[in-house]
Ligand binder design. Structure first.
Ligand code: G6P
Length: 610
């Protein structure tokens, strides 16, 4: 989703801004722009539709020099992707970039038009530029003008404002959209994600909700929502500088698929004992909370939602605790009935997904017993606003289609199920030990499963000309079928649907013909015989099947049915293991189709708007 980079320095900042934008490309965007002010207060702006490279080319042809600047990658919400809608937006000397959505922008737009302001874009953002310009006439500083503007805004924003008449100052504000300030020596920076600034600093201040800050070369002054001067603690980033590199791999997604054994090893590290899970890994007060839990409400979006769906099967079957799951955007607008001693668990790789955050805030208002975030970003809003937190250690995930963030979430959730079972006395020591052994063996099983890559690459050829596909699974493999279908949709643009295999005869059988490949997830578990019957239902109707099956189960390729043998693994970890072949399948189909694997069209990595 939209990305922001800003800098105020003595040196020329154009290159820093462009490099920052490149590092945010993975988040998804459709246009990019930059504005720079030099010491004489001259303002120059460049905006391009398409990739950051187009902006870099434009800059090379028409270099901008100056020590203060802001840059942006836009993911269209209001107004089509176009040069005129790209940020920064200007109102005379005032320049603005903005992430988020201003919900009352139509009213504000009319009010500003009535005051004589002319709008040159269809965006909601432009009202901020004009409002700041208007207030700047009646206030003594850019800070006061921004504060006055914020009072009128409804919605979500992370915004940076520059005034060409005050060329060594940036004013930033955050409400519902993340912003971080990078601290340099005699220079300071701003970004919507610390990753953008790693080449220039590792020291960061994280702004909190409602904060407004004045950033100059030498100073950062932060004010809270009430305008009171506040200190925000400085944190050192531990994200690797090269986190954004593809290394030997052709795409970030392929690298991230192959990083999964390591990512899971890291996520387990220090959290397992000889007999189970370290309960305190979920927070110092976790034990007391888990002992009381009678109900779990899981909340997530996208791929994280699929992880939650798997966990629901686990919580009920393995830890005997009632569990519901909702898509965050549904939960926040439906009237749910509160259960006694209910724990809300949010799942998110980014920790900034607008709907998930809103659902968490609602849950707190509703009086849930406690909240736990399972997240990949320690400094994220979700983690900061939850009572308990458990960090997945997937490392930076750059590919928009989530891979290692998903499987590390599943590993984290399985550990949580064990901790919950132990604290509530609902899991036998024998089951706990089995799960422990399964988790310890997981990285090895994943590494072995990645060995299927060549076979899957060949299989991918069969899918390239297809328009539709069907993924089938049962039990906790049903959400994995959903995740497999989502991956294929996201990066190869082939329509893919997932069905619980038992539902086949209630509709999807009507779609079966030789043009519709059907992918079946068939681990060796209690439901295997039932699944085999479902497979026969498809074969009898001429469907073409691709079955990812446990190599110990009795499956053989036959006419119209190709079997891919997956290593034999304990049932509990099978959802994690079977995810990998499906990720590889979508990757190779997309590769052959030539789509933009790491930045699929219209999608964003971190969805910070509703
Ligand atoms: C976007 C991403 C998905 C992700 C979803 C939820 O749609 O493209 O990969 O699953 O957001 O994001 P979260 O950060 O909350 O897990």
């Amino acid at each position: 989703m939209c990305g922001i980079v800003g800098a105020v320095a003595q040196r020329d900042v154009a290159e820093i801004l462009i490099e920052g934008l490149r590092r945010l490309e993975y988040r998804g965007y459709d246009s990019a722009g930059v504005a720079i002010v030099n010491g004489e207060g001259q303002l120059h702006r460049l905006r391009e539709l398409g990739k950051v490279q187009a902006l870099a080319d434009a800059l090379a042809a028409q270099p901008l020099s100056g020590g203060t600047g802001i840059a942006h990658t836009r993911w269209a919400t209001h107004g089509e992707p176009s040069q005129r809608n790209a940020h920064p937006h200007v109102s005379d000397d005032i320049v603005v970039v903005h992430n988020g959505i201003i919900e009352n922008y139509e009213r504000l737009r009319s009010e500003m038009q009535a005051k004589g302001y002319h709008f040159s874009s269809d965006t909601d953002t432009e009202v901020i530029a004009h409002l700041v310009h208007y207030h700047r006439q009646h206030t003594d500083s850019l800070l006061s003008a921004v504060q006055a503007t914020l009072k009128a805004l409804r919605g979500a924003y992370g915004t940076v404002v520059m005034d060409a008449r005050d060329p060594e100052l940036l004013v930033v504000a955050r409400s519902g959209s993340p912003l971080v300030i990078g601290l340099g020596v005699g220079e300071n920076f701003i970004a919507s994600d610390q990753l953008a600034l790693l080449p220039v600093t590792r020291r960061f201040l994280y702004l909190e909700e409602g904060d407004v800050a004045e950033v100059t070369r030498r100073e950062v002054r932060v004010f809270d929502a009430q305008g009171v001067s506040v200190e925000r603690s400085e944190l050192q980033s531990d994200v690797m500088h090269d986190a954004g590199d593809k290394g030997e791999y052709r795409h970030h997604m392929l690298k991230e698929i192959h990083q999964q054994p390591k990512a899971i090893t890291d996520t387990l590290e220090g959290r397992l004992t000889d007999s189970g899970v370290v309960v305190e890994a979920f927070g110092n007060s976790a034990r007391g909370i888990f002992e009381k839990v009678e109900h779990i409400q899981l909340i997530a979006c996208g791929t994280s939602y699929h992880a939650g769906m798997v966990a629901r099967y686990w919580f009920e079957a393995l830890a005997g605790v009632a569990c519901d799951i909702d898509i965050a955007s549904e939960f926040r607008y439906r009237k749910s009935v509160m259960r006694p001693n209910s724990l809300i668990i949010t799942l998110s790789q980014s920790g900034e997904t607008a709907d998930t955050l809103a659902a968490l805030r609602l849950a707190k208002e509703l009086g849930f017993m406690s909240s736990l975030a399972i997240c990949n970003v320690a400094s994220s809003s979700l983690v900061r606003e939850s009572e308990l937190a458990f960090m997945t250690r997937a490392g930076a995930e750059i590919g928009v289609a989530s891979t290692k963030a998903f499987t590390t979430q599943l590993a984290a959730l399985l550990m949580l199920v064990m901790a919950m079972g132990r604290c509530r006395n609902t899991m036998s020591a024998e089951t706990e030990l089995e799960l422990l052994q399964a988790l310890r063996a997981l990285p090895g099983h994943l590494a072995e499963t990645l060995g299927l890559a060549d076979q899957i690459e060949m299989l991918a050829e069969d899918f390239v000309e297809k328009q539709h596909s069907l993924f089938l699974g049962r039990g906790e493999q049903y959400p994995i079928a959903m995740e497999g279908a989502l991956k294929l949709k996201e990066i190869s643009y082939i329509h893919a649907e997932a069905y619980a295999a038992g539902e086949l005869k209630h509709g999807p059988l009507a779609l079966i013909d030789a043009e519709m490949p059907i992918i079946v997830i068939a681990p060796d578990n209690d439901l295997l015989e039932k699944l085999k019957s479902n497979i026969e239902e498809v074969r009898a109707r001429g469907g073409i099947l691709y079955v990812f099956a446990d190599r110990a189960a009795d499956f053989n390729s036959a006419a119209n049915m190709q079997v891919l043998p997956v290593p034999h693994v304990p049932a509990a970890i099978a959802p994690i293991v079977y995810t990998l072949p499906l990720q590889l399948l979508s990757y190779y189909v997309a590769l052959i189709k030539g789509t933009d694997v790491d930045q699929p069209r219209n999608l964003a990595k971190s969805v910070t708007v509703e």
